[in-house]
Design a protein around this ligand. Structure first.
Ligand code: SAH
Ligand code: SF4
Length: 352
């Protein structure tokens, strides 16, 4: 049976029209699915009983299943979620100064193989469907009891960061469908300004993110092609010139002024010298950016060491002296291995 979660509003409408229903039924059903978070057709009391019965004979409503949940002492919560075919991803709630963000995945595994990333050591299994991308956020809401959709000020789960497993822009169509569902004001209603998509640099789709209105983060991690080629294979296909051009196009297409977050993981002796900082500032000329310096999270067998804290602070100072924001990212959920680049599926964990 077909899962209704993940169908765009138009697709849902087409399904109902095929069943001979009037278009206003789409609105009602959408409200049950995405405003109420209802998973049981028989509870959808505004729909006529025969219609409910017809729906439940043809469709399912499935949120990903929680296999495990871990709570960190700093308030981070990590779930291992499972989809219908048994594939699993991790999803994390990260408390921030003002409420918090849910970090969601777009693929099981990742094909990009960045040398510093644990996910990159896993095989790419498959793309997630739009329903599985939206579903992670819905399951997180289930876990926090935030249905029906609360007003923006009253919800804990206020933001979404697409920074989990996988490269979102290599699953672009499903990502787009999912974001449109997550942003829909009649349902989950997360404002586009509260959604950030992070990419390793798949330049072709970057400008289109401006049309969706979401924020952009780039996993930059290097000030020149030489270093970037060593640590991020995607740079061979989309070298920095192409990436920076795509970022400029994104900013030109954004309706409102939108800073790009440049993520920069600090790797000892690789990309952390004062000269690297200078080069980095040259590289981003003509763009409005803020940096986010990420202490490298070491994992077993990782080919790099984290930079010393003093080195990171010096690096940050150089950027800040030139009026760039360059905070050092505070690590969250370290005690439950929830930090970036550490997300894994359980199955692969067992293999190691
Ligand atoms: N594939 C996308 C989104 C997921 S990765 C991307 O690469 O942007 C989320 C972030 O964690 C990226 O910035 C990634 O570069 C960073 N990251 C990966 N491994 C890490 C590690 N071991 N330590 C610190 N950050 C890491
Ligand atoms: Fe994939 Fe992003 Fe990890 Fe690179 S950093 S391997 S693109 S998840």
């Amino acid at each position: 049976m077909k899962n209704l979660i993940g169908l765009s509003k138009n697709e849902l409408n087409a399904e109902l029209i095929q069943l001979g229903e009037k278009p206003f039924r789409t609105k009602q059903l959408w409200h049950w699915l995405y405003h109420q978070g209802e998973t049981d057709f028989s509870e959808m009391t505004t729909l006529a009983k025969p219609f409910r019965e017809k729906l439940s004979s043809l469709y399912t409503i499935i949120h990903p299943k929680i296999i495990t949940e871990q709570n960190s002492k700093d308030g981070t919560r990590k779930w291992l979620m499972e989809f219908e075919d048994g594939k699993q991803v991790e999803c994390v709630y990260i408390p921030e100064e003002d409420r918090g963000a849910v970090c969601i995945s777009t693929q099981v595994g990742c094909a990009q193989g960045c040398k510093f990333c644990h996910t990159g050591t896993q095989k790419m299994m498959r793309n997630l469907t739009a329903g599985e991308i939206v579903g992670q956020f819905m399951t997180a809401r289930d876990s926090y009891g935030e249905w029906p959709t609360k007003t923006d000020e009253n919800r804990m789960l206020s933001n979404i960061v697409v920074m989990g497993m996988g490269e979102p822009l290599y699953n672009f169509e499903n990502l787009k469908t999912a974001l449109n569902i997550l942003m829909d004001g009649d349902g989950i209603a997360i404002s586009k300004r509260k959604i950030t998509v992070s990419t390793a640099g798949m330049a072709d789709h970057i400008p289109e993110l401006a049309d969706l209105g979401v924020k952009l983060a780039i996993s930059l991690h290097a000030p020149n092609n030489e270093i970037r080629n060593q640590i991020m294979p995607i740079n061979k296909k989309f070298p920095l010139e192409k990436l920076i051009t795509a970022c400029k196009e994104y900013q030109a297409r954004c309706e409102r002024r939108s800073f790009i977050t440049m993520e920069y993981v600090m790797l000892k002796g690789i990309n952390d010298s004062p000269e690297n900082a200078q080069e980095l500032m040259q590289l981003v000329k003509g763009l409005e950016v803020k940096f986010n310096l990420i202490p490298f999270h070491k994992w077993d067998g990782a080919p790099f060491e984290p930079s010393d804290m003093q080195t990171i602070k010096n690096f940050s100072k150089i950027l800040e002296n030139h009026w760039f924001a360059a905070p050092i990212r505070r690590s969250r959920g370290e005690d439950i291995m929830a930090a970036c680049g550490q997300l894994k599926s359980a199955r692969d964990k067992k293999e190691i």
